[in-house]
Design a binder for this molecule. Structure first.
Ligand code: ZN
Length: 247
């Protein structure tokens, strides 16, 4: 993050890298652009005159775009003064399936990132998953990303033994509150298949490429459902449109 102090010390230009999470209208010609930045966490900025046809920023501030951005920061909301595209991720906007997955990714990152609270790991994961999705489509991308995000946020699941009795046999349920599996004797309400446990283990254990190649819709649905429930529980938010439907 490059900072150029102005004569007035309370104002400065700040350069940062970011992914555009969402934008919405603000006044007649302005847009609020919510960014997932590398150095400043979530940053709500205003892009002036963006609604005009000859806007300097044009399509550079569309959701999913990876940009280098300069903002003028003082007392009010940071104002975008310069935008350079780092990655356009063009294919995300030409495939409905990819776009749907990308929007769910942006939505969950929007929920997880805090304003003005740098979280480089989440920023890097976001750029990484958009790069993968830009290259190839797989139903496993979204659930795999959710599990990695949960682990990053401190909710690494216990998947090798029962969280109640430590037994390694007959693991059959997933306990969202305790972030781990339970055996058949200890019981539970959320059934989990052996395949889903294996896929989650691979995802978190360096076997992501293998998982992405599985391309199994029902497995993706199960992994995604458990991850979404865990996030809902731990982040105490309802991630409404986030229920993963096989597509
Ligand atoms: Zn048990």
């Amino acid at each position: 993050m490059l900072v150029h102090e102005s004569a007035d010390a309370s104002m400065s230009y700040v350069r940062d890298r970011a992914v555009v999470l969402r934008t919405y209208s603000y006044g007649e010609a302005n847009r609020i652009v919510v960014l997932a930045t590398e150095e400043q966490g979530k940053l709500r900025t205003v892009a002036k005159g963006i609604a005009k046809t000859k806007s300097r920023f044009g399509a550079r501030l569309e959701p999913t775009t990876h940009v280098e951005v300069v903002t003028w920061q003082g007392k009010g909301m940071p104002v975008v003064t310069q935008v350079d595209v780092v990655d356009n991720f063009r294919s995300l906007r030409t495939s409905l399936s990819k776009l749907t997955r990308a929007m769910s990714i942006l939505e969950v990152v929007d929920q997880v990132l805090q304003e003005h609270h740098a979280n480089k790991a989440v920023y890097r994961m976001l750029v990484g998953v958009l790069r993968v999705l830009d290259q190839e489509d797989s139903p496993m991308i979204l659930p795999a990303f959710f599990w990695k995000l949960l682990a990053e946020e401190g909710y690494s699941p216990v998947i090798d033994h029962c969280v109640i009795c430590s037994s390694k046999d007959n693991l059959a349920y997933y306990d969202v509150a305790l972030s781990g599996v339970r055996c058949r004797s200890c019981g539970g309400s959320e059934a989990v298949s052996k395949d889903a446990l294996m896929a989650i283990r691979l995802t978190l254990g360096g076997g992501l490429v293998k998982v992405l190649n599985m391309r199994d819709e029902s497995l993706a649905e199960e992994m995604g459902r458990l991850a979404t429930r865990s996030m809902e529980y731990h982040l105490e938010r309802r991630l409404k449109s986030l229920r993963i439907a096989p597509s």
